[in-house]
Design a binder for this molecule. Structure first.
Ligand code: PLP
Length: 566
């Protein structure tokens, strides 16, 4: 039975995230944002950082994806049972929603790192007898329902989260907002400060106090991606005496309550998740200082056991101190190749089991797995079917894809069906498969077993991207449009390959052409004709990428730059 006792005294930082990927069986995440939160927790445990994580229980999960015979996505609930994995804590607090008290009870899950250190995660749950049947479902479905449902979830996370921490006896000095979803916590801190010091020095002074406690990491490079709520809905759901509207509006926007604006205005440290993303955010929000802390991934979580063994043999502390992987260029080519082929065979077996498609371990395998949505352009690879066939005729290659579309993202849903149409057209000549239900477990298999990891986002939309970092840990070579983290990691022809120019304004057509050219003239010939250079590149990728783009380095930077400020 897990207990909070060891954590109460030492914890001073609370990390709030709408989603977190703790393990494949706990469906409280949807994609990159949750994976990042999970890797953050794993690194906080490694580094013994005094952090508690706060998220929603999301009992019904995000989306279990099935692909129908016609190639369209069929979405199902993806429930999990908190009682199986977490411990209910003996505390209940309420928030006011539509004038009712909605009760919240946290579950405790403890993240334990390989060397035994731990951090607590609180999963907020409204599924309680005390609540109305409707309110019991507030913490059910991640990113589900309409705007009002989302607003209620964000009230539970932000306001409920702060109250739960206090009721449990935590004394928190720093609140880290992973994306704007938790921004209501700033208003709760403001309200609490007022309550504790009635008649003090006015809003500006109180706001300064809150800013000193809040760190905000933004992840969305376009305004349209930010959560916004009408003040009519806010007044109806949150009530009018929480924080008066005439005080919220200058902080969160005059027309609608913009969660990003609110977080920006009440956080003393704001950062983007890669250098380019921080620059883009800075242009979008002039007048704020936007720092850059480039994302990383948790090395032991995403490294295939065969590679972990190689690293362990020459760099025994690599999991705790992934900087050591800078020396992975000393590995023997044969060992690297053997480890890779083992991971590849596991992926091929998964493809056969799941789709019936039989692939060849000696033919290069291009992997593409991400959220199926417009800006990720999962269909770019198929923009010239004739060219694709021609390349495959000369230098055969195989393709594996995966990814979910949000149930309300019609373009994303359409892309999944369209990709399946294309796959059917190519199937007689080309080995190609789509694995359903991309999740943490499938990601581990994919990022280790592909030969080439493809990414074709529309710049500057890919704030960071992290799956390519996971691929690099396993010696998988990135072929990617220059955006997000890849701008910082790509040395063309050394750590992988670039599509397009940094800061270029090429359209999809140009990117597709370059993708085909790179495949036909560089990537595939290298695989077939110069295996030694290929193995050298794998080692360059590991040593130059994995040694830096890890969440250990990322958390050390958050600690010294964001959590401890002058
Ligand atoms: C790593 C990961 C992501 C994020 O990958 P991107 O490169 O940012 O698209 C999304 N989903 C899952 C399941 C992952 O493991």
């Amino acid at each position: 039975m897990a207990t909070l006792l060891p954590f109460l005294q030492r914890t001073s930082i609370a990390y709030f995230s709408m989603e977190i990927a703790l393990r494949p069986e706990i469906h409280s995440y949807s994609g990159g944002l949750g994976i990042l939160a999970g890797d953050t927790a794993r690194s906080c445990a490694d580094l013994e950082l005094p952090v508690v994580f706060v998220t929603l229980a999301s009992r019904a999960g995000y989306l279990r994806q099935e692909i129908a015979a016609d190639g369209s996505q069929v979405g199902h609930d993806d429930p999990w049972s908190p009682a199986e994995w977490a411990t209910p804590l003996d505390v209940m607090i309420a928030v006011t929603i539509e004038g009712r008290s909605v009760w919240i009870r946290p579950w405790l899950y403890v993240v334990t790192c390989p060397i035994g250190h731990q951090v607590p995660v609180l999963l907020l749950d409204t599924s309680l007898d005390q609540n109305t049947p409707e309110d019991r479902k507030i913490t059910d479905r991640l990113y589900g329902g309409d705007d009002v449902y989302r607003l209620k979830q964000e009230i539970v996370l932000g306001i409920g989260g702060v109250r739960v921490l206090q009721a449990l006896g935590f004394s928190i000095g720093t609140y880290h907002l992973n994306e704007g979803h938790a921004a209501f916590l700033t208003l709760e801190l403001l309200r609490r400060r007022r309550r504790d010091r009635p008649g003090s020095n006015g809003l500006a002074h109180e706001a300064d106090h809150v800013r000193n406690m809040c760190v905000f990491t933004t992840h969305t490079p376009v305004e349209a991606g930010h959560d916004r709520f009408s003040y009519e809905a806010v007044t109806r759901v949150l009530g009018s005496d929480f924080v008066p509207l005439d005080e919220i509006k200058p902080l969160a926007g005059e027309d609608r309550l913009n969660m990003t604006r609110l977080a920006l205005n009440l956080s003393g440290y704001v950062n983007g998740v890669a250098r380019r993303h921080a620059e883009t955010t800075q242009r979008m929000f002039p007048g704020y200082t936007i720092a850059a802390i480039t994302n990383g991934v948790h090395a032991p979580t995403w490294t295939h056991p065969a590679f972990a063994k190689l690293y362990q043999d020459i760099l025994p502390n690599w999991g705790h101190e992934p900087e050591l992987l800078v020396r992975a260029d000393q590995l023997r080519d044969e060992d690297v190749w053997a480890a890779h082929q083992m991971a590849k065979r596991e992926l091929l077996e998964e493809i056969r089991r799941s789709t019936g498609v039989v692939m060849d371990p000696d033919v290069p395998l291009v992997g593409f797995a991400r959220r199926m949505t417009g800006y990720k352009r999962p269909d770019l690879l198929f923009s010239d079917m004739q060219r694709l066939r021609t390349i495959n005729g000369r230098l055969p290659f195989q393709v594996v894809m995966a990814g979910k579309a949000h149930p309300r993202d019609m373009q994303g849903q359409h892309m999944i069906r369209d990709i399946h149409d294309r796959m059917r057209q190519l199937a007689p000549d080309m080995r190609i498969a789509f694995l359903p239900n991309y999740d943490m477990a499938l990601a581990r298999t994919l990022v280790a077993g592909a030969d080439v990891w493809l990414n074709t986002p529309l710049p500057p939309m890919e704030a960071s991207g992290t799956s390519g970092m996971k691929a690099a840990l396993n010696g998988v070579l990135n072929l990617s449009v220059l955006d997000g983290w890849w701008i910082e990691a790509c040395i063309d022809g050394v750590t992988g390959w670039a599509i397009g120019r940094d800061g270029g304004s090429e359209g999809a057509e140009r990117h597709a052409l370059e993708l085909y050219d790179k495949l036909e003239r560089q990537v595939l010939p290298l695989y077939y004709q110069d295996r030694a250079r290929w193995a050298w590149m794998m080692k360059q990728g590991i040593s130059k990428i994995a040694s830096y783009f890890n969440s250990q380095r990322m958390m050390r930077r958050y600690t010294t730059e964001a959590y401890v400020r002058p």
